[in-house]
Design a protein around this ligand. Sequence first.
Ligand code: WT7
Length: 663
Amino acid sequence: MKSSIQKKKNLTSKLHEESILSVQKVGEVVSKPVEFKTNGDLNSFEEYKKIYHKAKKNPNKFWGEIANKLYWKKPWTNVLKWKPPFAKWFIDGKTNLSYNCLDVHLATSRRNKAAIIFENEIGGTRTLTYSQLHTEVCKFANVLLLLGIKKNDTVGIYMGMVPEAVIAMLACARIGVIHNVVFGGFSAEALKERMIDSNAKLIVTTDGTYRKGELVNLRKTVDKATKELVEIQSIIVLNRNSLKIKLDKNREYDWDDLMKNVNEKNEAKWLDSEHPLFVLYTSGSTGKPKGIFHTLGGYMTWVYYTCKNVFDLSDNDIYWCTADIGWITGHSYVTYGPLLNGATIFMYEGALNYPSADRIWDIIERNKINILYTAPTAIRSFMRLGDENPNKHNLSSLRLLGTVGEPINPEAWLWYFNVIGKKRCPIVDTWWQTETGGIMISSLPGATPMKPGSASLPLPGIQADVVRRDGSSCKPDEGGLLVIKSPWSSMLRNIWGDKERYKKTYFGDFKDWYFTGDGARKDKDGYFWIMGRVDDVVNVSGHRLGTAEVESALVSHKSVAESAVIAKPDEIKGNSLVAFVTLKVGTKATTELKEILKNHVSSEIGSIAKPDEIRFTDSLPKTRSGKIMRRLLREIATNGHIIGDTTTLEDYSSLEKLRDDED
Ligand code: WT7
């Protein structure tokens, strides 16, 4: 095991040595500008450029002005102290995130406005106004205090998409407690590891969360994970009354019981700007998960600004981000960003395609959703099912569409634009990471001309570039490494408990610049085209290609729904390209089609990228956040079996099937 990790490291560092060949056709269509009336003042390309340059010239002024839009009990004295690779933002300022999300709205007309409109898979609905949400959060903060939780303690949240998860997060933020939300699909082992690593003292969970017609019993997983964990002093269970469970009186409490008799008043604690806010674990392709650590003032500032400008939130919007609360998107753009802006959040608990394939469109029609933010993997899966599902519904409430999580291939972009947005809605393709806390590269609706497949330009305040190994900037369309050259307020502050790993992972390659781990190219207009993780770059006949581009070429064929490309060792070429392909529903998998697809790639981007082998599959192995696990496909193609860790895999059966095909 050790040697395979070692080998991989060498390979990665070798990959860094040269630039990446970009084979994607350059100069793709710029979509016609969409008529879009913005609510804010970032409403033209000229305005964007003006603010971008102003921010670059005087970053402290730019960041300070955004921070001052929020409430600070004690004003900060300096914007930034930057001792690479460690940053401190809004020095000496005291504030509170929960106060800025809730209390500030109570004296305004937002008091009785819906903060959360909730719906679950079986059709149950609930609405919480700002005032009601505030009361629930105050009560839950008091519950935590009563159970002995103190400022700087860590609380685990393992719940699924229920308003109580948001309440728990806000309650932690209110009293200076660090939250560690773990996605409800993770195993007991993964949960345990994350609880131990973050020193959690209490876990909030539920006895059931809806998923494809089933109630998943999360409390059972918590039980398994914490059996021998004496560090977990209390477990709070949101009882959905589904399982008639008996609680362990020694340390388990019923959410409703606790909330019944508790005080409704709780004064938000005034906390230092650099006070720990949360830790959220991301799994890399190797090694143990990294606890990405964010702090209060800087995170709040950037999440507020990006949510406001990228999603153009207005007081009339109903905004739906389909991400789970267990991912950074669920933190920044389900919870904190929209609430800081006083928006109405639509929240859904369940599968987007259950009980029928048009559930997502049905939800949009019934709730008159105005802004939809989802992932390319979801878009492709809906595209695969055909246009009849969205076409059955009135989607005219939509005015803005967003994507996040991986590169969106132009084919899926155009489908989203034409079939869902009916050519009326701008698409914001937002590039960012758990580590960046908020959106970094994205078009601004109504301002930035869009290019399908490109995340477009860095937001004001963000100094992104594509560079070679030696740090020199790449030429237009030359693929290289995506770096951020100056600090931004929502950057991670550390990897929980592992300073050395933080330094090495993000600041080890280029001194003082943050290395994202992604490959990218900038075109002649300065637009960024993300080529995926550098770990996913393949080397064929001495050329280094980003797999995302070959995949995009495959998906541009009318019969292909999704694909994943990997390299397997080849005696002659060094590596050969294997493409795993999912076909659109109703398309027959034939040997002939394999040849057609190979030639299609060849004519789209050149023979160098022509796959040597095509394998058809019903589904691809993905992480629970929807990212294709190319590492597993590499192992299948090379060895015929998997040796590495599969705990983050969403659907194990997809691998089983691939293996059967092999035999
Ligand atoms: C990685 C970060 C950011 C929230 C969800 C994922 C890829 C993300 C895009 C995009 C191309 C993207 C990158 C990045 N990625 N957004 N719009 N275009 N690639 O957070 O799990 O921390 O993953 O996702 O590779 O590094 P994450």
